[in-house]
Design a protein. Structure first.
Length: 255
């Protein structure tokens, strides 16, 4: 396969490819699409002919994007930093898109870039947006001063970011989202870290394998709430977050 990438190419990424791949894409000037994000506005059921509904909403979003964006190449992290389902999705895409090079990768980078955004005072939705956007870059996030946490959000970036609107600006981010900012998605110790001193919501997308760890850590936490959502965040999930935070003495952000 020709490995040359140039600025006329359209390239998709799934998960967090290694820094060597991201650096190559930056240098080439190729147009890069993060397929984990809902770029193509279609009903999630559009993925049903290709992936079962018990796959998480993120991978079903990947499928919808990949089928519609006419990409030259897709790099999919299929290592421990993502999931086995991503590996199977890569196999399916390779059959469905013969004109697109589907390249499975395994990101086992171990250089720590730090987690200032996870620990600073800022609206949670803005910080999570900055963390996910940084996947396409090799440079670490801009330094930001840490704050004392009043709440915690542990888990993966949700497909529906409205989940994050109730959390106070002094919420610290833990779990795989913290691994994202640190650019080490296969960092088990960092992913399992949490602060037992602050009330924490442990979140994973429905049908994601990380729901097991989220539920387990929530049970261990003195003030933990386990929560999973599929495609969109309904009023019931938001009510659970609001009640949990307020009963824990945390003032929710205004909606």
């Amino acid at each position: 396969m020709d490995t040359v990438i140039n600025d006329t190419m359209r390239v998709g990424i799934v998960g967090i490819p290694s820094l060597s791949i991201i650096g190559m894409l930056e240098e080439s000037g190729a147009q890069v699409f993060d397929l984990d994000e809902p770029i193509i506005r279609k009903d999630i059921d559009a993925a049903s002919p290709y992936l079962p509904q018990v796959y998480c909403a993120i991978l079903r979003t990947v499928m919808i994007n990949a089928m519609a964006l006419d990409l030259d190449r897709i790099y999919i992290d299929v290592g421990p930093g993502k999931c086995d389902s991503a590996l199977h999705t890569a196999t399916i895409l390779a059959d469905l898109l013969p004109g697109t090079a589907i390249i499975p990768t395994r990101n086992q980078d171990s250089v720590n870039f730090g987690t200032p955004l996870c620990r600073t005072k800022m609206p949670l939705i803005d910080r999570m947006s900055a963390i996910t956007a940084a996947v396409r870059k090799t440079k670490p996030a801009v330094e930001a001063p840490p704050c004392l946490p009043t709440a915690g959000f542990w888990g993966v970036p949700p497909r529906d970011f409205s989940l994050l609107t109730l959390f106070p600006d002094t919420t610290h981010i833990y779990g795989w989202a913290r691994c994202m900012e640190n650019k080490t998605p296969d960092n088990k110790e960092l992913e399992e870290h949490y602060n037992p001193e602050v009330p924490t919501v442990f979140f994973a997308q429905s049908f994601c394998a990380k729901t097991a760890l989220a539920q387990h850590l929530a049970r261990r936490h003195p003030r933990g709430l386990y929560l999973d959502c599929d495609v969109t965040v309904g009023n019931s999930a938001k009510a659970k977050i609001q009640a949990f935070l307020e009963l824990s003495g945390v003032r929710c952000a205004p909606r």
